[in-house]
Design a protein around this ligand. Sequence first.
Ligand code: PEP
Length: 253
Amino acid sequence: MSRFTLIAGNWKMFKPPREAVQFSRRLVEAMEVPKGREVVIAPAFPALAAVAAVLQGSGISLAAQNVHPAPRGAFTGEVSAEMLRDAGCRYVIVGHSERRSGFGETDELINRKLVAVLASGLKPILCIGETLAEREREKTLEIIARQLNAGLKNVAPDDMEGAVIAYEPVWAIGTGKTATPGQAQEVHAFIRGELGGKYGTAAARRIRIVYGGSVNPGNMGQLMAEKDIDGALVGGASIEVASFSQIVNYAEV
Ligand code: PEP
């Protein structure tokens, strides 16, 4: 099993373009991307093109945080996958829980976004995860199965090359409460099993499943020691150079 570790920083709505560029320069200077690891950062839309220029040749890739499902059209305020590709993106985050809960994104819409991302040659990072109430009602795996299968509807095995699933328990996002490595591994193994049922075991073994939810330099190594955890989607700890660099340079414990 040799899956390339993916560590992605989701900057949410925290860095205006000028700050994003300065931060990216500092990151590029401070960080050498370790062998076998892929580092991705996701600034807000207005910063994408300028940050892409800073990242050239650095080994760090660019992601967008959202996308509209249509290729183009009269959708005021929206951004298409083609535009993101043109701006220098390689990945697009779809289905983040903040978009599901704050912007009413449904599994059906998320699937249309994911299909649009693939059609444009970009790689989706599909976020799925249960709320605290769902976990307490022991509905976690049911929710995960629903979000995963709906999100990947009509997606062929070949399209899954390079696609990433992010398990992000909603109760762990921005709360400082991390899933234990065991809790995360249980869900990651379940996701891999579901992917196996859908795409075959060999393909499922190649798909990266990353964990997100209060990842920090102190817990990354333990999470990464689990066999089905292939990296991290990092929010809060990705907006400081020191903490993000430490996460990228984690050692398994
Ligand atoms: C996220 O927003 O995807 C996330 C995981 O945030 P945090 O690391 O701050 O919990």
